[in-house]
Design a binder for this molecule. Structure first.
Ligand code: HEM
Length: 448
């Protein structure tokens, strides 16, 4: 589409050479909400030399992600991502992307995901057993870290047929810090010798070492031949992928798959501590349906409120809270001119708070996801897993894992935020509770 209008969207007056970049690096989600309140539904801001357009209406999402997607590349912000996790599915485009997606996607089909249920249940069982010890000791602890360790371990068993727990101590802080720096370091070229750039590089080296060992173990036949790494190595044998591409896909899936699911579960736990009425409803559902049993995948359809609760968590705290694309040629959104070479930063965090689609948007109301209400809602008003062709491959798997894990936590414990455990979002490329989620647990058997 050729755009005719030259109408410029409203936005902040940018006096600094860097525009809003310094403020964006410091607290990006806060800044984006502030500008939204000040300038409305589609605004623009400058980050360093680049103009960034921020649409917040579901129609805009549909336009960029679906209707006019051929006019949009992943763009300059994803280049930073590539520095961190290589040229995997999240960074590549065009035919290469389509080929890799065809190779990888079958592992994640909805029909296959049920087979991961036993691993998800085993992971949650080990988690609650560890948490029994915290509860017995009456101690507070960072639940976010332990959730990350569980997600890393189950990810390994599900997709790479190996136990990745051995890498937890290096991987968890490295991956977490890298995701944060993707924003704090954004638009600083790789060659500039800043301390942040050096740290970023050393994190990348560490992750590369771990991935090299994962791929080596597979090539030596130590992990069977039915997992995702083996699938990719078969594609290598058939000349469909290079070894570097296999390496980068193993790295990409590992980082994005574990970081996002951990963020979502951390926010879910936080919400469990915050909303007492909803917690009672969750306990009632879980106790009635499971009657003390360990849940299986077959039970999940009978735990609809637990899933509604999780969907509401993902609305208010979407782990992937910004999605960037660059227009290839000039475009027009909502009557405004969007020039080629700029960036469109679609923001699930804002779209999910658009009052036209979400009444009293800051309120935590799982009933928004009753099926009859979901059906009536604009399809692109809720995009925690993205939209269009790049929609998340891991969606069903991570929702299933969250469903099972939350049911088991609710079944076993009353979770309270530790007195000093105030929780604020820290937005890197993904949004996590800034300092984890410090909690104290009481075994449920002793609370009723
Ligand atoms: C709660 C958990 C998760 C959330 C919120 C989430 C969110 C997202 C979002 C918003 C996108 C779209 C990105 C874009 O349009 O640029 C995406 C893409 C992607 N996600 Fe997830 N994700 C989650 C879990 C996972 C898991 C478990 C995996 C892998 C095991 C995964 C792998 C991917 C990949 C490979 C893509 C790129 C897809 C493509 O471009 O073809 N995600 N995810």
């Amino acid at each position: 589409m050729t755009a005719n209008t030259k109408l410029v969207p409203p936005g902040p007056v940018e006096r600094s050479v860097l525009g809003s970049l310094t403020k964006f690096r410091r607290n990006p989600s806060h800044l984006m909400v502030q500008y939204w309140q000040e300038h409305g539904e589609l605004y623009r801001m400058r980050l360093g030399p680049y103009w960034v357009y921020v649409p917040t209406h579901p129609d805009h999402v549909k336009h960029v992600m679906v209707d006019n997607l051929r006019n949009y590349s992943r763009g300059k912000f994803f280049k930073n991502f590539e520095r961190f996790i290589g040229k995997g599915l999240v960074a590549i485009e065009g035919d290469e992307w389509a080929k890799h997606r065809r190779i990888i996607q079958p592992t994640f089909h909805r029909g296959s995901v049920g087979n991961f249920g036993e691993i998800h249940t085993a992971g949650a069982t080990e988690l609650v057993q560890r948490w029994d010890e915290h509860a017995a000791a009456g101690e507070t602890f960072d639940a976010a870290y332990e959730l990350f360790a569980m997600v890393l371990s189950t990810f390994g068993r599900t997709f790479y047929n190996m136990d990745l727990s051995v890498y937890a101590e290096q991987f968890i802080p490295g991956s977490h810090e890298g995701m944060l720096q993707l924003i704090q370091n954004v638009l600083i070229p790789e060659w500039v010798p800043t301390a942040k750039n050096r740290e970023f590089k050393s994190i990348r080296n560490l992750l590369d070492d771990i991935v090299a060992r994962i791929v080596d173990d597979h090539r030596q036949g130590l992990c069977g031949d039915h997992d995702l790494v083996s699938t990719m190595l078969k594609s290598y044998d058939e000349g469909q992928m290079t070894l570097d591409q296999v390496h980068d896909e193993v790295l990409t899936l590992l980082v994005v798959g574990t970081d996002t699911t951990t963020a979502a579960l951390s926010w879910a736990l936080y919400c469990l501590t915050m909303y007492g009425e909803e917690r009672k409803r969750l306990e009632e559902e879980v106790d009635r349906v499971l009657n003390g049993r360990v849940p299986t995948v077959a039970d999940l359809a009978s735990l609809p409120y637990t899933m509604m609760f999780l969907k509401e968590v993902l609305r208010l705290y979407p782990p992937v809270w910004i999605l960037t694309r660059d227009p290839i040629s000039d475009d027009e959104i909502a009557g405004y001119h969007i020039p080629a070479g700029s960036t469109v930063m679609t923001c699930p965090y804002l779209v999910h708070r658009n009052p036209e689609f979400w009444e009293n948007p800051e309120a935590f109301v799982p009933e928004r996801f009753l099926p009859e209400l979901e059906e009536k809602r604009h399809r692109y008003a809720y995009i925690p897993f993205g939209a269009g062709q790049h929609q998340c491959v891991g969606m069903h798997s991570s929702l299933q894992q969250m469903h099972i894990t939350m049911a088991m936590i609710i079944q076993k414990f009353k979770v309270e935020l530790a007195p000093s455990g105030s929780v604020i979002p820290s937005a890197g490329l993904t949004m996590h509770p800034a300092d984890g989620v410090r909690v104290k647990l009481t075994p449920r058997g002793t609370t009723h």
